[in-house]
Design a binder for this molecule. Structure first.
Ligand code: MG
Length: 383
């Protein structure tokens, strides 16, 4: 194991698992978490879930799986540079999107709307639900029985109502405390990954242009450097050079600023990190501004582009129709879910039934949701 800083998470300082297990022999506690995540069913499904572009729109766009791997790559680089725990960072990164519905944010918003009178739907909380309950693989426990630290990292946001139900894991949302530095890293590695790969995917899809992006300082800065160094480079390679340099710029700024914060405060343990009133992993003020400018650009030009919006509306429609059909008639659910819906309904009434329907829909890949929609509503589809 690398030489970790005193404020890093370690296997020895873990707050443990819900069900006690002997420590692993040849791996760290967080390697074990990472390995369980990689072997989970929900992890494999990420391959066919949308990041921004629906899976069938093209083979070259990011999916939730490749996105999660990019987050893990950036996260590990940050963790190593800051002498933090790489294994924990990787585990959180690979699990952070497990609870995402099909069709990206459109699916999440639609499902949240459908669930509004049944306790709502939050994708972060759903990721936790996946690793705590929904993965049914192990003889000795429900879910993956991950460490507190990995679960803490997965739960990036949480409403106060839900935080109150989560015991120790929810406390930080009530007391305004922080998660581990590894969780803070993953949070920003997620942003670095999606902002940059959305630029790349958006350009590839022809939804945004280099000319438009020249208005954005983070892009223009690297564009001018690359153009000067390699004036004759093909446009595809130029874009890749710019994007990789933007990622590098963001990562370097994050390492420098966070190192400075850590040197100033010098927390002597992970507990002190948690008690600190603000996150210590941060961009500089200037980079925060530049990053925001890029995010705003993507929101106004890519995420709301009519072609993305059109798919969004379709996705909403599919999720709403599936929810309504299953909610009104649980006999339409696959056997396993029907049994669960009956059990949950007898405990928690309509809320229980709705939760099982939400779990079922959230677990679907894009293409499974489309197939299921056709099976239910296309009168010519008889199987
Ligand atoms: Mg993500």
């Amino acid at each position: 194991m690398q030489n970790l800083a005193p404020y890093a998470a370690t296997s020895e300082s873990t707050l443990g698992r819900e069900v006690y297990e002997e420590p692993p022999s040849y791996r760290s506690e967080y390697q074990r978490d990472r390995d369980r995540i990689v072997h989970s069913t929900s992890f494999r499904r990420l391959e066919y879930k949308t990041q921004v572009f629906v899976n069938h729109e093209g083979d070259l766009f990011r999916t939730r799986l490749t996105h999660s791997i990019e987050v893990a790559q950036i996260g590990r680089a940050l963790a190593r540079a800051l002498r933090l725990n790489e294994d924990l960072t990787e585990a959180v990164a690979l699990a952070h999107d497990l609870g995402h519905t099909p069709f990206g944010h459109a699916g999440q918003d639609a499902l949240n709307e459908c669930m509004s009178s049944f306790g709502g739907f939050e994708h972060n909380l759903q990721s936790l639900r996946v690793v705590d309950i929904l993965e049914e693989k192990y003889a000795e426990f429900e879910g993956l029985n991950l460490t507190f630290e990995t679960r803490e990292g997965i739960l990036k946001h949480c409403s106060i109502v839900n935080a109150k139900r989560l015991g120790k894991l929810g406390e930080r949302f009530l007391q305004q405390h922080q998660p581990s530095l590894e969780a803070q890293i993953t949070n920003l590695a997620d942003e670095i990954a999606y902002n940059n790969h959305d630029v790349d995917d958006g350009l590839r899809a022809g939804l945004i242009s280099v000319e438009q992006l020249l208005e954005i300082s983070l892009f223009k800065e690297q564009h001018d450097i690359v153009k000067k160094l390699y004036p004759a480079l093909s446009s595809r390679r130029t874009i890749h050079e710019i994007v990789r340099r933007m990622i590098n710029r963001l990562v370097s700024d994050l390492v420098e600023t966070s190192n400075k914060n850590l040197a100033d405060i010098y927390p002597i343990s992970i507990e002190e990190v948690r008690q600190h009133p603000t996150p210590l992993i941060q961009f500089s003020e200037k980079m925060t501004e530049m990053n925001l400018e890029l995010k705003r650009f993507l929101r106004n030009n890519l995420y709301s582009h009519f072609r993305v919006y059109r798919m969004t509306k379709k996705a909403q429609h599919i999720v709403e129709m599936l929810f309504e059909a299953f909610m009104n008639d649980t006999k339409l659910l696959a056997n396993e879910y029907r049994t669960k819906a009956q059990a949950m309904e007898s405990d928690n009434g309509n809320d229980g039934r709705a939760r099982v329907v939400a779990d079922y829909i959230a677990g679907m890949t894009d293409r499974y949701a489309i197939t299921e929609y056709n099976r239910l509503f296309d009168p010519l589809k008889l199987t």
